[in-house]
Design a protein around this ligand. Structure first.
Ligand SMILES: *Cc1c(COP(=O)(O)O)cnc(C)c1O
Length: 399
């Protein structure tokens, strides 16, 4: 099995038939420069030491694994354990790759880091990393999202990034992507476009995976140390797929470990209101790479929806597409309703309020645990905390 994963991606950035660089030649050149710089720094002892120190003293790594005893007992089946990425500085796994990207941008002598943000999670993590590293940061955000996501907007301002409101189109995420990308194209030699998941052209799916893979490396070691065995099943939610691949990578060659990614089924897979890209999508190109897509007959991205705004993307990381095709990872779904139930259950049984994104993975664990034995173990990547979602859920459930 080792053979299947070792050289991923190949030198052209492909995971099987997914990934690559669907870009004009000038931009390919720039992406290849980024790849070269990345391969250089990850081999440099100075960089490794700087990143390791930030991971421990700044982010607070290693994040613990917590055995959710009350929840497990309540469900009456397998033991559920949580990898606590919610305890990281800034409250989610995103800081893991944002630190890496900001350090790389500084190493390459870039003058400005650019990105779009939807709900503001990527924006806040990136603005944090840029403040720390001392590099200018510019975040493009739809006006509609700016009005909805007040706390994150305020944080980005305090952190010193330049926030660019986008009023064109529907003034949401897709328009913010277009706007940020236009700004990037003005000077790609000097600007760095920091992609927020394992998506986009090569080398981003590889780089973001590598920066996130610390999650699985820690978890595998922690679990072995504590329980003397590996978990029977590991699971994580999949939007673009960064927290999932971060957990999965260290376990891919452990044949006894079942691996499950959980996509948002929104209002139901029989409605257009979901973002279950791997479950219902077809192969196509989006934002500079090839992957499963939710697209119309002409290959245009379909509008997607999830109660968790971090999961509503019509494409998905190319490595997940490959892992689905070779059947190493299974992809399941959870609806908005299951997500809300898991959100409330985890909060009230364990005193842990999860992000709505992470609650999709908790929902799947809650569904499968009763069908497993009490001496079996499920490890869930709790990708983030739910502070950002608390008001929304309280209003929705009329608490
Ligand atoms: C952004 C986000 C996600 C979704 O992104 P992935 O790249 O699929 O991990 C999941 N959980 C949290 C808490 C997030 O902020």
């Amino acid at each position: 099995m080792a053979q299947q994963f070792a050289p991923m991606p190949d030198e052209n950035g492909y995971f099987g038939e997914y990934g690559g660089q669907v870009l004009p030649p000038e931009l390919k050149q720039i992406m290849d420069d980024i790849d070269r710089a990345y391969e250089e720094i990850i081999r440099s002892e100075d960089f490794r030491q700087e990143l390791a120190l930030l991971q421990s003293d700044y982010t607070g790594r290693p994040s613990p694994i917590y055995h959710a005893r009350r929840l497990s007992e309540h469900l009456g089946g397998a033991q559920i354990h949580l990898k606590r990425e919610d305890l990281n500085h800034t409250g989610a796994h995103k800081i893991n790759h944002c630190l890496g990207e900001a350090l790389l941008a500084r190493y390459m002598g870039k003058t400005k880091v650019l990105a779009e943000t939807g709900a503001g999670q990527h924006g806040v993590a990136l603005a944090t990393a840029c403040a720390l590293v001392g590099i200018d940061c510019e975040i493009h955000m739809g006006q509609v999202d700016i009005e909805k996501e007040h706390p994150n907007v305020t944080k980005m301002k305090i952190l010193g990034c330049k926030l660019v409101p986008v009023t064109r189109g529907t003034a949401t995420l897709k328009d913010a992507v277009d706007s940020a990308f236009e700004e990037y194209l003005k000077d790609p030699q000097h600007f760095f476009y920091a992609i927020g998941s394992v998506v986009g052209p090569h080398p981003f799916p590889k780089m973001v995976r590598d920066f996130q893979s610390i999650v699985g490396r820690e978890a595998r070691e922690q679990f072995l140390e504590r329980h003397g065995q590996l978990p029977d099943l590991i699971t994580a939610c999949v939007g673009g797929g960064s927290n999932a691949i971060g957990l999965f990578t260290a376990f891919l060659e452990d044949e006894s470990v079942r691996i499950v990614g959980v996509e948002p089924a929104g209002l139901g897979l029989d409605t257009p209101q979901h973002a279950a890209t791997l479950t219902l999508g077809s192969k196509g190109a989006i934002h500079g790479f090839e992957c499963y897509n939710l697209q119309d007959d002409q290959g245009n991205p379909l509008p997607v929806y999830s109660i968790a705004s971090g999961l509503d993307y019509p494409g998905v990381g190319p490595q997940h597409c490959y892992l689905k095709d070779i059947q190493r990872v299974d992809y399941e779904t959870a609806t908005d309703q299951e997500c809300l139930d898991a959100f409330m259950t985890l909060s009230r049984m364990e005193g842990i309020i999860p992000a709505l994104e992470s609650a999709h993975a908790v929902a799947y664990a809650m569904r499968i645990a009763p069908a497993m034995q009490p001496d079996q173990h499920i490890l869930v990547n709790l990708s983030g905390r739910g502070d950002k979602d608390a008001d929304f859920v309280a209003e929705k459930l009329k608490l």
